[in-house]
Design a protein around this ligand. Structure first.
Ligand SMILES: Cc1ncc(COP(=O)(O)O)c(C=O)c1O
Length: 446
């Protein structure tokens, strides 16, 4: 009998997952196309490796085990799996065609909808992946300002201009690495120190998990304006989640350009760049940004249906409400247990659970909690990526599971032997590094 979302006695049987994994070994480098979905982020030997279906907030692995999912496809599933209204829109379009030889009317319709809801969207262009549009934003900013340097804060995808500054930069020419630096979030002095007359753009995630200091983003905008540098918000995670119009609506700060993907189409592959008309007009001719599948109609239809649904139901409000219950509930449980080495933080629509190194190896502790949550039918990667289908029943059950699993973690930490409790190989660090690396050397004081 496959495991269900309940307090199972055994760990799920994952035989079919392991078989598929063995077939992919030596065939698919890294075994995955998306690092966060891959085997390094899940306790090896316990967690399932392959999912085959989903409905609402629940997923089923290839062995038939059922889980509540808190990763939601690493962000896109803002409404939930197989969400009827979006699926209907996709099926309707599928019957008419996927990709055409001329421009499709949905490109106009969806652009108008985005202009209606995203504050900075004077102009709109589409592409397929998040890094398509972050790269397009950087290129158009360079063309507009006639400058070359980039300052960034957050994760912005696999393209050269960004990955060159990380430790996974093999294959990228040295010349490229000299053009990008990072700056530290919530530290306006650090940005002021780093910006100079050759800085074309400042690109940042408006927030990741750390709360934005009051007026920080406003100050970032002022620093950029003063320096003639364009401000780009990377709204992959904030867009259509913290507010319908993204972080720019939520904080009341309008960037020159903004990049969206993930939640905009409930799982279909589409990304969007929005921005100031005088900048975006360079895409007419000067800045080359065209791709075969840019106007693929199933994703356009899905996106239009998704945005309408988010707007109609005030989905950001719901994500905030359900996410808060989980965050507060988790923190209450750890307080009652008297364990201060773990906490849940972040904006309610997307929170993270962390473990202090003072309690032991954080990756081992995370693996133990993950193992125990998986046993109880929860696909838990250390985050609560909320969706519109996470019901009260899901939340209440999840909090019960934390209540049951955290005492095991407490005991293991107190015994200083977390490893003893692990039934599989622990998870590896998350690659996503967002601050304190490749900072620009401080300016010399005059
Ligand atoms: C903030 C942010 N920007 C850019 C990207 C890159 O998007 P993609 O993986 O679709 O290229 C991601 C992906 O996770 C992201 O989280």
């Amino acid at each position: 009998m496959p495991n269900k979302v309940k307090f199972n006695k055994e760990f799920p049987v994952i035989k079919k997952s392991e078989k598929l994994f063995n077939r992919s070994n030596g065939l698919i480098p890294a075994n995955t196309q998306t690092l966060a979905k891959g085997p390094t982020q899940w306790i090896n030997g316990i967690a399932p490796k392959y999912l085959k279906s989903g409905k609402g907030s629940h997923v089923w692995d290839v062995d038939g085990n059922e889980y509540i999912d808190y990763n939601m496809g690493i962000g896109p599933l803002v409404l939930g799996y197989c969400y009827e209204k979006v699926d209907k829109a996709i099926i309707k379009q599928l019957k008419r065609g996927i990709t055409f030889s001329l421009v499709h009317p949905l490109e106009v319709e969806l652009s108008e909808k985005i202009r209606e809801v995203v504050p900075n969207a004077e102009n709109v262009r589409f592409s397929k992946t998040g890094c398509d549009v972050t790269t397009a934003a950087v290129r158009v900013a360079r063309a507009f300002t006639k400058r070359e340097k980039v300052l960034c804060c957050g994760y912005h995808g696999w393209h050269d201009w960004y990955i060159s500054v990380t430790d996974r930069n093999a294959g990228i020419p040295k010349a490229i690495q000299k053009l990008t630096y990072t700056f530290n979030y919530n530290d306006i002095e650090n940005l002021i120190q780093s910006i100079d007359k050759d800085t074309a753009c400042v690109i940042l995630e408006p927030f990741v998990f750390e709360e934005s200091k009051p007026d920080y983003l406003k100050q970032v905008k002022e620093v950029c304006n003063k320096n003639g540098t364009l401000l780009i918000f990377d709204e992959m995670w904030t867009g259509f989640r913290i507010a319908l119009g993204g972080a720019q609506e939520y904080f009341g700060v309008t960037p020159d350009l903004a990049c969206f993907s993930k939640a905009i189409a409930n799982g279909m592959p589409i990304s969007v760049i929005t921005g100031r008309k005088d900048v975006m007009q360079l895409f007419d001719k000067d800045v080359f940004f065209f791709t075969t599948f840019g106007g693929e109609a199933l994703s356009l239809a899905a996106s239009l249906a998704t945005i309408k649904e988010i707007q109609k139901n005030d989905v950001p409000k719901y994500l905030n409400k359900q996410g808060k219950k989980l965050k507060d509930g988790y923190n209450k449980i750890v307080q009652e247990l008297g364990i201060d080495f773990t906490k849940c933080t972040g904006y309610n629509c997307r929170t993270i659970i962390t473990f202090d190194a003072s309690a032991g190896n954080p990756l081992e502790i995370k693996s133990l909690l993950q193992q125990e949550m998986i046993k109880r039918g929860i696909l838990w990667g250390g985050f609560h990526n909320m969706c519109y289908s996470h019901s009260n029943k899901d939340i209440n059950y999840t909090l019960k599971a934390y209540k049951d699993a955290l005492p095991i973690v407490k005991k293991a930490v107190e015994e200083k032997d977390v490893k003893k409790y692990l039934k599989g190989i622990p998870v590896e660090p998350v690659f996503r590094k967002t601050s304190n690396f490749n900072l620009k050397p401080a300016k010399k004081k005059k």
